[in-house]
Design a protein around this ligand. Structure first.
Ligand code: 13P
Length: 338
C-alpha cells in the first residue's frame, strides 16, 4: 500500500492539511448543495417561488449568517451556486473562502436506476470529471462530495449495487486527489423502510467494507479523505426507537470494525432525522474513543429551520440566519467535547 508514486509530497501534505481542517472540532461542514430539482421542491414546500434567483438568495442568506465560521469549517455548494454571485458581486466560492470557510463542490450528477438491480441506484458523474475538477479547483474548490444511496429491503442492498457504488466513489475520490481536492465519500444507507437497527448496522458495514476495498484499489490516500456516513438507526417505518446511546454505540462499533485509523475523519449526514435527534446522536458519539474525529456534515438538520423561518421574505433574512445559527451552535457544542 502507501501513497502511489504519482502524488508528490507537497500534494499529499496539502490534501492532509485540508482534510484535517474540514473535520477539526468544534467545527463541522454545512451541506448546502441540494441539486436544482431538490432545492426547487424544498422552496416550493416552504411557499417560496421557484427560481434560480430564489435559490441564490437562499444560499446567500445562509452564508452571510454572522459568525458562521465559529462552527462551520466548510460549505458544500452545488454547481449552480458555485457559478452564482452574492448581491455584492462576489463569486460564491470566493465569498466562502473570505469567511475562513473552505469552499466545496458536489460533483456527482445524481443517482440513477442500476441495471438488473430493481429498486437500487448507482450514482453517475464520472464522465469528464477530471476536467470539471480541475476547473473547480482553479476556481477555489478545496474539497468535493459524491453521494451514493443504498437501500435496505427485500434482497437489498445487493452486492451488485454496493460494488457499483463503491467503485464509482473510489474513481471519483482518486480524481479529486489528483487535482488536490479532498474527496468527501458519502455512501448513504437510507433510513427509509421498516428494517431493524441490526439490518442497518449490517448494510452499513457491508457497504463500508466494499468502499474501503475500492478506495485502496484505486490508490486513494485515506488521510486525505473524509467519510460522510449515515448513523446506524432503525428504519423510519420500523416502529422501533433507538436513543442516542444506542445509536452512538452501534454506529461507532460499525465504523471501528471497518475503517482504517489513517482516515482523516468522519462527518455524519443527518439523513432525515429531526435536527434535535441528529444533534443528540452526534453528542453521544463523542463519549466513544475513536482514531478519527467524528463531526457533522448536515444538510436538512442545519438548514431546514432556516428555510422555514426565512421563506423567501427579504425582511426575514435575520430570522432565517438566527435559525441557522441556532442549529450550528448546538452541533458545534456537541463535538467540542471530543
Ligand atoms: P442531510 O444531512 O440532509 O442528509 O444531507 C446531507 C447531504 O449532504 C446529503 O448528500
Amino acid at each position: 500500500m502507501g501513497p502511489p508514486q504519482v502524488k508528490g509530497r507537497a500534494m499529499i501534505e496539502a490534501l492532509h492539511a485540508t482534510a484535517q481542517e474540514m473535520v477539526r472540532r468544534p467545527r463541522g461542514i454545512l451541506a448546502a448543495d441540494e441539486s436544482i430539482g431538490t432545492m426547487s421542491s424544498r422552496l416550493e414546500k416552504a411557499g417560496v417561488p421557484v427560481s434560480g434567483e430564489n435559490r441564490r438568495a437562499y444560499r446567500e442568506m445562509l452564508l452571510t449568517t454572522p459568525n458562521l465560521s465559529s462552527g462551520i469549517s466548510g460549505v458544500i455548494l452545488s454547481d449552480e451556486t458555485f457559478n452564482q454571485k452574492l448581491s455584492d458581486g462576489r463569486d460564491f466560492p470566493a465569498a466562502v473562502a473570505a469567511l475562513n470557510i473552505l469552499p466545496g463542490i458536489k460533483v456527482d450528477t445524481g443517482a440513477k436506476e442500476l441495471a438488473f438491480a430493481p429498486g437500487e441506484k448507482v450514482t453517475e458523474g464520472l464522465d469528464g470529471l477530471r476536467e470539471r475538477l480541475r476547473d473547480y479547483a482553479a476556481r477555489g474548490a478545496r474539497f468535493a462530495k459524491w453521494r451514493a444511496v443504498i437501500t435496505i429491503g427485500d434482497g437489498r442492498p445487493s452486492r451488485r449495487a454496493m460494488r457499483a457504488n463503491a467503485h464509482a466513489l473510489a474513481r471519483y475520490a482518486a480524481l479529486c486527489q489528483e487535482s488536490i481536492v479532498v474527496p468527501i465519500v458519502e455512501p448513504e444507507v437510507l433510513m427509509d423502510g421498516d428494517h431493524t437497527i441490526d439490518r442497518c448496522a449490517q448494510a452499513t458495514r457491508a457497504m463500508l467494507e466494499h468502499l474501503i476495498e475500492e478506495l485502496d484499489e484505486a490508490g486513494v490516500d485515506l488521510a486525505g479523505t473524509v467519510l460522510k456516513p449515515n448513523m446506524v438507526v432503525p428504519g423510519s417505518e420500523s416502529g422501533q426507537h433507538a436513543g442516542p446511546e444506542e445509536v452512538a454505540e452501534r454506529t461507532v462499533a460499525t465504523l471501528r470494525a471497518v475503517l482504517p485509523a489513517s482516515l482523516a475523519g468522519v462527518a455524519f449526514l443527518s439523513g432525515g432525522q429531526s435536527p434535535e435527534v441528529a444533534t443528540a446522536n452526534l453528542a453521544a458519539m463523542q463519549k466513544h474513543e475513536t482514531p478519527w474525529p467524528l463531526t457533522f456534515s448536515f444538510g436538512r438538520a442545519l438548514v431546514g429551520p432556516a428555510l422555514t423561518a426565512w421563506h423567501g421574505e427579504p425582511s426575514l433574512i435575520t430570522a432565517g440566519q438566527q435559525a441557522l445559527a441556532d442549529r450550528v451552535e448546538p452541533n458545534s457544542a456537541a463535538v467540542a467535547v471530543g
